[in-house]
Design a protein around this ligand. Structure first.
Ligand SMILES: C[S@@+](CC[C@H](N)C(=O)[O-])C[C@H]1O[C@@H](n2cnc3c(N)ncnc32)[C@H](O)[C@@H]1O
Length: 416
């Protein structure tokens, strides 16, 4: 038994140190291990049962450890690189193909199983009621329209001063996470009394106030010049692929006020839409974006909603010849970007644009569009058809419809 144990222990000891020991003067002393093994065994048996085949001065060969570490490090680097490549390819694929291939299918494939949350007792309705009051007729999504070239034409008396004075419109939702469900008390407003289907599709990106998901973007002159020259060649990928970029460029050619004009862009992450607007001949751009952006481009200024509202109220904002927005206002009021829930967030954003546009100016807009199927993917976005588009474009006259292309964010141009 003792012999067996001795052999076993010797094997372990040799396994640990075995050929990792050599008799030269390099490396740390083996004494510590030698003493550790002896003391453990002495503790159990009261004596040292075998002679460890080492002698004072034997050294651990660190080069063998180094070799193993090197291998582990190499493999880790490979794994890391593969993960990065995976993520990058994923992003490129998502950005270039998502809107062009998957979005409609994605919606169609989902079963509509979305219902309002029942835990709504704590939802504070008073800001919504204050918005409703200031919004007036504009937020009444039951009012009738008249037939228009593409869909019904809708009008309303818009109280611009009230829309800009109301601070609740630009407030943050203030929760740790973006809302996942439509509160029951707001269900009818969001769905236009169940006329819009609702499916679930969740994001939490938080642009309004402090950006959580990205650092503050800095736009430079060289960046925008590069984007403009790609746009000129019809090869600007932008955020949604070349087809969508060119659809926007086409719309801008038909939009009164863009050439030589002062243009308001609503919603922007990268300045690809701004590049298209400058390429179309705009003189100056103000980009209104929930999240802060620093622009070093001389004729592109950026504002967050609070600055925009204040500039309007103290009369320093000035008027615009045109408004341009692509894939942005369909998110307004859904909470995805840190904004507070607002069933009319999209309608109010476009109406504010109407307020600051000169007579004869234009709105060029690309939002998800399907004339036969309006829906909300909460909290991701809305898709506009004959039910909601008329309200979104309240008071704007339908002027031009861009080609359908492959994307679903079809461009429409309206005039004031
Ligand atoms: C999907 S991203 C696309 C932005 C832009 N089309 C692009 O490709 O760079 C939508 C952006 O619109 C912004 N946004 C949505 N509604 C807005 C509003 N009412 N005012 C300002 N920014 C808005 C969000 O903060 C977000 O950055």
């Amino acid at each position: 038994m003792l012999i067996q144990f001795n052999m076993h222990f010797t094997n372990i000891a040799e396994g640990i140190v075995g050929n990792r020991l050599r008799n030269d003067d390099e490396g740390p002393s083996f004494d510590v291990l030698n003493r550790f093994v002896k003391s453990k065994f002495t503790h159990i048996h009261g004596n040292t049962p075998f002679k460890i085949p080492m002698y004072r001065g034997a050294k651990i060969d660190m080069s063998l450890y180094a070799c193993t570490f090197k291998r582990i490090a190499k493999v880790s680097v490979y794994i890391f690189l593969v993960l990065i490549a995976w993520k990058c390819l994923g992003n490129i694929y998502t950005k270039t193909n998502f809107y062009e291939k998957n979005q409609v299918l994605d919606y169609m494939d989902r079963k509509s199983n979305f219902r309002p949350t029942s835990s709504t007792e704590t939802f504070d309705l008073s800001p919504i009621e204050l918005i409703r009051q200031d919004c007036g007729e504009l937020c009444d999504t039951d009012r009738p329209g008249t037939p228009g070239p593409f869909f019904d034409h809708m009008t309303a008396k818009i109280n611009c001063n009230a829309l800009f004075t109301n601070e609740y419109i630009d407030r943050e939702h203030g929760q740790k996470k973006a809302p996942k469900e439509i509160p029951k008390v707001l269900w009818n407003e969001f769905t236009m009394n169940n006329r819009l289907e609702v499916v679930s599709y969740y994001f939490d990106e938080h642009s309004l106030g402090k950006r959580k998901h990205i650092s503050v973007p800095v736009w430079t002159e060289s960046e925008i010049n590069g984007l403009i020259s790609k746009a000129k060649k019809g090869r600007l990928v932008g955020n949604y692929g070349v087809n969508n970029t060119n659809a926007l460029r086409d719309g801008l050619k038909h939009a009164p006020g863009v050439k030589n004009g002062r243009v308001l862009v609503i919603g922007s992450v990268k300045p690809w839409a701004e590049a298209c607007v400058l390429e179309a001949g705009a003189r100056e751009i103000v980009t209104l974006e929930y999240g802060k952006i620093v622009s070093h481009i001389p004729n592109v200024k950026t504002m967050v909603p609070y600055e925009f509202r204040m500039a309007y109220l103290n009369k320093t904002l000035g008027e615009f010849d045109a408004v341009v927005t692509f894939s942005s206002v369909e998110h307004s009021g859904l909470g995805r970007y840190g904004d507070a829930l607002n069933p009319w967030g999209d309608i109010i954003a476009v109406a504010r644009g109407w307020c600051v546009t000169k007579e004869g100016g234009s709105l060029t807009i690309g939002v998800e569009y399907n004339n036969n199927q309006d829906y909300i993917r909460f909290n991701a976005d809305r898709c506009y058809g004959k039910i909601r588009y008329p309200y979104l474009a309240t008071n704007w006259k339908q002027f031009y419809r861009g080609y359908s292309g492959k994307g679903i964010q079809r461009v429409h141009v309206f005039t004031k």
